[in-house]
Design a binder for this molecule. Structure first.
Ligand SMILES: [Zn+2]
Length: 103
């Protein structure tokens, strides 16, 4: 199942940091917001199957990308906000672009 993927383990806290960022930036509302607050507090495994379905549809599917669209590297949670909401690229591709434009 998708929630068993190790990236949702949140061992380093970056997954919940990303969820907090989505809330802070006002991206989530109603059921998606309530469920996301539960995930931050108690973890993904605390959700019922129905809550997991809603979380997947309104949070994961809307606000995450798994691979960089340019180099196909995995996008980390730290890179996720800009990648999912703006350019779809990992930080090294963005950095390479900046460097190219500058010199
Ligand atoms: Zn990349």
């Amino acid at each position: 199942m998708w929630w068993e993927d190790s990236k949702y383990n949140d061992e380093d806290g970056t997954f919940t940091d990303y969820l907090k960022q989505l809330i802070d930036m006002g991206h989530l509302e109603e059921a998606a917001l309530g469920i996301t607050e539960d995930v931050i507090k108690s973890g993904l495994n605390s959700l019922s199957n129905e809550q997991k379905r809603v979380f997947k549809k309104y949070v994961i599917d809307q606000f995450t990308v798994s691979k960089c669209k340019r180099c196909n590297d995995e996008i980390t949670w730290i890179e996720m906000y800009d990648a999912a909401n703006e350019h779809g690229e990992c930080s090294s591709c963005v950095y390479n672009d900046l460097r190219k434009n500058k010199f």
